[in-house]
Design a protein around this ligand. Structure first.
Ligand SMILES: Cc1cc2nc3c(=O)[nH]c(=O)nc-3n(C[C@H](O)[C@H](O)[C@H](O)COP(=O)(O)OP(=O)(O)OC[C@H]3O[C@@H](n4cnc5c(N)ncnc54)[C@H](O)[C@@H]3O)c2cc1C
Length: 459
């Protein structure tokens, strides 16, 4: 196994559970990739990468049961169902009932009528060619829905540009809704009904009391100690005469070779692209280097409650591009999962950067913090100095499943065909959400088990 993010660790755990010896190589000093949490001695809990996990997948739920995590899950506060959107500088709650929808000033009368018409008419003929999610939604609902609702929502998930993100690969549920019903709204409702009929539980937004890093940490703890090599980068793989694979690793300048029947690659695109395979300077996944990964910075700000005028009674604030804010959005971290700030204090997580403004994701820490402070001051009525500040930059945060992503997926498929025994999975291929990566790890393990030679370890 190369890569000890949630994908790689899940695959490794599943293999160990099936009695297969594994080795896991991870270049960083800790497991989890971007899933990193800090707990301070005075009662703050800070997520520097992902903040929540949407748990709906039955196989992932079973995995959590086995790991003993299900009983400890912290489900997001009920108030977090309320989300805010900025419109003409004001922070307004998104409607959660038909009555509130009719009266909300967030959307124009024309946009509301267009939405109702879409339910009745839909689009007509099913499409076969991929299209950007912005173009697809504009066709069904008009540009106002793209600008005021879709774009800030997409910023919150992908930190992406909806006019470039693929509907088919980036938003499969939206794509399938259209394929199913011709209407996005009817299709989404039918999809939800079908999931209920299949007995799938309603997805819940969750974390752990110790934060999301508890997931990779628990997975890593279930592996034999000698299985995991931290601080160990894999640079090359060589095929042996009997069709196995030798992994060439580098740990602080020391190098070594280990041979496996099957090797799982659960890596970001840039790392996959650099892997030298079979012979010197041969990089069959080199084209993945051009997958767009915009930088994102996460700024955590802790305040005393009385410093913040807004009641923070929700999930957070989504911000349309047209509002000319310099941040992607704000999460009300201590409302979403209570207990993450000392008594009388609140925590906010501000995201900056992304595909539309990558330069903001690269700001030096003082500038990023300054920008975040100014914007939350303006939007939420925050005054005075924060009592806690954390900044974390992710130079390559989230892969953008942009139009044309089929070519990258095809490269990974043909790579596996041409290199029997090497398997690729994770956020570059199977979806970017944590739950998709956990599920990808389970599938990688199943595929490795199907391929496995009788007694060889998996690397
Ligand atoms: C800022 C941010 C916020 C996010 N928010 C959310 C959220 O709220 N909810 C959600 O569901 N998802 C969120 N995500 C997405 C989610 O966290 C990721 O998609 C997921 O963690 C990826 O897991 P992975 O195991 O596929 O890849 P990674 O976690 O990237 O794991 C790959 C591992 O490979 C290692 N590696 C790289 N090169 C080598 C090499 N040559 N040799 C050995 N090891 C190597 C890396 O160090 C890394 O640990 C967020 C991501 C970011 C960056």
């Amino acid at each position: 196994m190369i890569g000890a993010g949630v994908t790689g660790l899940t695959a490794a755990y599943q293999l160990v559970r099936s009695g297969v010896p594994v080795r896991v190589f991870e270049t960083a000093a800790q497991v989890g990739g971007p899933v990193q949490t800090e707990q301070t001695s005075d009662g703050w809990l800070i997520e520097s990468g992902p903040n929540s996990l949407l748990l709906g997948d039955a196989a992932v739920t079973r995995l959590f049961d086995e790991l003993g995590l299900s009983a400890r899950l912290q489900v997001a506060a009920g108030s977090a169902r309320k989300r805010f959107l900025v419109r003409k500088g004001e922070v307004l709650a998104l409607p959660t009932s038909p009555l509130a929808f009719v009266s909300t000033p967030l959307f124009s009368g024309a946009a509301k009528r267009r939405l109702l018409r879409e339910v009745i008419r839909g689009r007509g003929a099913p499409r076969s060619a991929d299209v950007s999610v912005a173009a697809l939604v504009a066709e069904h609902l008009g540009q106002e829905w793209v600008d005021t609702a879709l774009q800030p929502f997409v910023s919150g998930i992908y930190a992406g540009d909806p006019s470039r993100l693929s509907a088919k690969h980036g938003f499969p549920q939206v794509w399938e809704a259209e394929q199913r019903s011709g209407s996005l709204i009817r299709g989404m409702l039918a999809g939800a009904k079908a999931r209920r009929q299949r007995g799938e539980p309603r997805a819940r937004m969750v974390s752990l009391p110790e934060g999301l890093h508890g997931i990779p940490r628990t997975l890593a703890e279930k592996l034999p100690t000698e299985a995991l090599s931290l601080g160990t980068r894999v640079d090359a793989l060589r095929r042996t005469a009997d069709g196995r694979w030798t992994v060439r690793w580098n740990r602080k300048g020391e190098t070594g070779d280990e041979t496996f029947g099957t090797v799982l690659l659960a890596l970001p695109a840039g790392a996959l692209a650099c892997l030298e395979i079979d012979e010197p300077d041969h990089r069959p996944l080199g084209s993945l280097q051009s997958i767009e990964y915009p930088p994102v910075a996460s700024v955590f700000l802790g305040y005393r409650q009385e410093q913040v005028r807004h009641p923070l009674d929700g999930f957070g604030v989504l911000i349309p591009e047209s509002e000319r804010c310099r941040i992607l959005g704000v999460l009300f971290s201590s409302t979403l999962f209570p207990g993450r700030a000392p008594a009388g204090c609140v925590g906010l997580t501000v995201m900056l950067g992304g595909a539309l403004h990558p330069e903001r994701g690269r700001l030096a820490a003082p500038d990023a913090v300054g920008t975040a402070r100014e914007e939350v001051g303006r939007l939420l009525g925050v005054v005075g100095e924060p009592i806690l500040v954390r900044h974390r930059a992710w130079p390559q945060a989230i892969p953008q499943y942009n139009l044309g992503y089929d070519a990258f997926l095809a490269t990974m498929e043909s790579f596996e065909r041409n290199h029997p025994g090497l398997l690729v999975g994770g956020h570059v291929r199977d979806g970017i959400a944590l739950s998709a990566c956990l599920s990808a790890g389970l599938k990688l393990a199943d595929r490795a088990l199907a391929l496995r030679r009788p007694s060889g370890p998996v690397g």
